[in-house]
Design a protein around this ligand. Structure first.
Ligand code: ZN
Length: 342
């Protein structure tokens, strides 16, 4: 079954995407996309597989010590050898790596030299998110952000179209607003909780929206939250902030506004429909399927009925005259015996 789906998607999916962070959400996302037969995946991560992370999905104990991108590529290639993989075992937030990262976004497509279709962020810190945000704003690259809270019981996905929707810096999170180092926020020796369930749900809704976006079906969510405590899925759309700190975001906003203004306005003419029936607010009217003449011809005698009662149907007179079967004196057994003889 899986392979049938792969072949089908491979044909329609001449796409590729760049994808970051092969952690709890990222690894599952990569596996789903591989099984769907995505054209090419570019993986970026600098972590190693740890035995302590085995409560998450995807990686296995024998892979402990391997780099996450190396282990992921090996597993994914075995699942679907038709997918192309490009892996980078580095931290995208350093100056040198960031330049290389930007270059691969704009040139690492399925056809070398072309940009990727979509960037997915599955990272667990603001610094990396801000780096992805900066790169995508500069390049005008559409991307999807995902995350799971530190208490492991909520998560979200967000579609970011530079200039059109709010970027990650438009509505700054606490650490950016306060301009403090997020590492100081983490308590020493306390590891963030993680649940494979929440990560699986977030990866599922992320890939679902990736498929909808790339294959152009359904409605892609701008923001979809997941609150595991109440099983609540809030959605919303955020406009970009004209005073965003990222100058490339402000530039993209100007470009988007210009593009929107140049677009020919299509006037939607709404034709007023005639009211069929005034008596009810929905304009519903019951119409008979037979004409009055047909009804008259097919009608039989109407019995005497008290006022206010009418017949639903009558027996046409020809039927009552011609088709009546004569009563017989014979018993049922006799009739059956007669039939057998025929
Ligand atoms: Zn912005």
């Amino acid at each position: 079954m899986i392979w049938k789906v792969n072949i089908c998607l491979c044909i329609t999916f001449a796409c590729w995407l760049r994808y970051l962070g092969v952690g709890g959400v990222g690894s599952v996302t990569a596996e789903m996309l591989t099984r769907c037969g995505i054209g090419k995946l570019l993986l970026f991560d600098y972590d190693k597989v740890e035995l302590a992370n085995m409560n998450r999905l995807f990686f296995q104990p024998h892979q402990a010590g391997l780099s996450k991108v190396e282990a992921a590529e090996h597993t994914l290639r075995n699942i679907n050898p038709d997918v192309s993989f490009e892996t980078h075992n580095y931290n995208i937030t350093t100056m040198e790596n960031f330049t290389h990262f930007m270059d691969r976004i704009s040139h690492g497509g399925l056809e070398e030299g072309k940009p990727v279709d979509l960037v997915l962020s599955c990272v667990d810190n603001f610094e990396a998110r801000m780096a992805i945000n900066q790169a995508c704003n500069e390049l005008g690259q559409i991307w999807m952000e995902s995350g799971v809270s530190e208490n492991a019981v909520s998560g979200h996905i967000q579609l970011i179209i530079p200039g059109e929707t709010a970027c990650f810096a438009c509505a700054p999170p606490l650490v950016v607003a306060a301009n403090i180092d997020e590492k100081t926020l983490k308590r020493e020796g306390v590891c963030a909780a993680s649940l494979p369930t929440t990560m699986g749900v977030v990866a599922g809704i992320l890939v679902q929206n990736v498929l909808k976006y790339l294959l152009k079906f359904g409605t892609v969510s701008y923001y979809l939250g997941y609150n595991a405590m109440q099983d609540f899925f809030p959605t919303m759309a955020m406009k970009p902030n004209p005073q965003c700190n990222d100058r490339h975001c402000r530039r993209q906003q100007e470009e988007y506004k210009k593009k929107e203004a140049e677009r020919p306005t299509v006037e939607v003419v709404q034709e007023e429909e005639d009211v069929v029936h005034e008596d009810n607010e929905w304009g519903i009217e019951l119409v008979s399927e037979v004409t009055d003449a047909e009804l008259q011809a097919a009608s039989g005698p109407v019995p005497d009925l008290p006022e206010g009662i009418t017949v639903a149907f009558t027996i046409p007179s020809e039927v009552t005259d011609g088709d009546t079967v004569e009563e017989t004196e014979q018993s049922l057994e006799e009739l059956m015996a007669q039939m057998k003889k025929l």
